[in-house]
Design a protein around this ligand. Structure first.
Ligand SMILES: Cc1cc2nc3c(=O)[nH]c(=O)nc-3n(C[C@H](O)[C@H](O)[C@H](O)COP(=O)(O)OP(=O)(O)OC[C@H]3O[C@@H](n4cnc5c(N)ncnc54)[C@H](O)[C@@H]3O)c2cc1C
Length: 403
């Protein structure tokens, strides 16, 4: 045994030829359509509609949605490559596109056939936008403690609550919303009694207002209020009272995409730093000839490669249906996002004055990396998940009592 794996044969990674073809096609797309428009998007704090349409034509909105529901039928590795390449170009655009997974994944896994047919094709085509509204003002790390409620009245539910920091919350057409539908049976089982709902933004009682964040400027973040919203019975997602498990499963899957975002951001930091170090002359020599700068570059590259291997491996394990994918994804998310932060700081150091001049967007790397450390579970929470999952999947010990 190579604790916590069985043997060295578990440390394997295989790509298909279509993975590289796809990665190259995304690279060409972002070089042509996204990178030239970064200044515009940072200024307007929004993704232009024509860029949305072009991404939709490429099938980017439905990359991991099955062909049957209008998507591309790609695997987790495909989603990771999309996330990485988009993020290398412009992280806010990658968040705008990939947040859909937090809506489509739970519907695909727990939804009824009617829910899948109704919602998935509209998202896959880019016709509608979706969001995932779980976090509340009282704290995002503890979804079992949410205070939004839903009460059953005749054949519908009445949903009341306030959600914070919701990506695309003010522009999405649809949301996944967890709410408490019954009191937990005990303190140990406080996660029980939460139910997930599919809610539409144009229903009476739904309102949203945008929040301003320091990073991911063009990705909208919003507070969303549900004020006695009438939700039909057919919009309950999954079993009543078991929504917490749906949330955990959704984040287990989604955080591989955040790790990939961080890898893309670090790739950008490395390329920017290398190019600048080669062309910037100080004391009559390019700064790359100085050992301090060489050390910075080597350190960024070392961590970038390690983060990329971890992230691809997490995706590969997920595609093989391996339970270890969950804790490898948590490790990859925490590690890759902290690597991104360190790489962003070194990139600012290498650029010095130009690194903090607003029009160069070097500081954007740091602002965006900070958010990646927080969303889809902070890195403190990832470290807790790592140990919990390791104990559960490898040793059969269930600390949360979720079984
Ligand atoms: C730009 C952006 C977009 C977002 N998009 C979405 C979205 O689309 N949908 C959504 O539902 N949410 C979204 N979030 C919310 C995000 O998931 C939460 O911010 C995150 O889960 C942390 O919650 P919190 O900010 O309330 O921090 P808190 O939960 O209050 O945590 C505060 C601090 O305490 C630490 N902490 C908490 N509990 C523990 C513990 N048990 N042990 C050790 N440390 C602990 C945390 O790591 C953190 O450092 C988004 C956030 C941002 C910034």
């Amino acid at each position: 045994m190579v604790l916590p794996f069985l043997s060295i044969n578990d440390f394997k990674l295989e790509f298909k030829p279509e993975h590289e073809i796809f990665r190259k096609s995304v690279r060409e797309f972002v070089e042509r359509e996204v990178i030239p428009r970064i200044a515009e998007m940072e200024k307007t704090r929004t993704i232009p509609r024509d860029l949305h349409e072009k991404a939709a034509q490429q099938g980017f909105f439905g990359i991991d949605i099955p062909i049957k529901y209008g998507g591309q039928g790609g695997d987790t590795l495909m989603m990771v490559l999309l996330s990485e390449e988009l993020c290398r170009a412009y992280p806010a655009f990658s968040t705008y596109l990939l947040v859909h997974g937090l809506f489509t994944y739970p519907i695909l896994k727990y939804g009824t056939e009617e829910q899948k047919k109704k919602y998935l094709p509209q998202i896959a085509s880019g016709e509608k936008l979706a969001a995932h509204a779980s976090t509340e003002a009282s704290g995002g790390s503890d979804p079992a403690g949410i205070q939004t409620t839903a009460k059953k009245i005749n054949n519908h539910w009445v949903l009341t609550g306030r959600k914070m920091f919701i990506t695309s919350g003010d522009i999405a057409n649809y949301y996944i919303v967890p709410a408490r539908t019954s009191s937990p049976p005990s303190r140990r089982e406080r996660w029980r009694g939460i139910t997930c709902f599919i809610v539409e933004r144009d229903w009476i009682g739904v309102s949203a207002s945008r929040m301003e964040m320091v990073g991911l400027k063009a990705s909208h973040t919003a507070e969303v209020i549900f004020d006695d919203v009438k939700v039909p019975e057919e919009n309950v997602l999954g079993p009543i009272g078991e929504g917490f498990k749906i949330l955990m499963d959704t984040y287990d899957h989604g955080r591989i995409g955040v790790a990939a975002q961080a890898v893309g951001l670090t790739q950008n930091a490395f390329e920017k730093s290398l190019n600048y170090a080669l062309q910037r002359n100080v004391f009559e020599k390019p700064i790359i000839s100085y050992q301090a700068i060489q050390f910075y570059l080597t350190d960024i590259l070392t961590e970038l490669l390690a983060a990329r291997f971890l992230t691809y491996w997490a995706a590969y394990l997920a595609d093989q249906g391996r339970p270890e994918a969950i804790f490898v994804a948590s490790i990859a998310k925490a590690y890759a996002t902290e690597v991104a932060e360190r790489a962003a700081l070194k990139t600012i150091n290498i650029h010095a004055g130009y690194g903090v001049a607003v029009e160069n967007y070097v500081d954007m790397l740091l602002r965006d990396a900070e958010i990646m450390k927080i969303y889809e579970g902070t890195n403190e929470i990832q470290r807790m998940i790592t140990i919990r999952q390791l104990l559960k999947k490898v040793f059969g010990i269930d600390l949360l009592g979720l079984s």
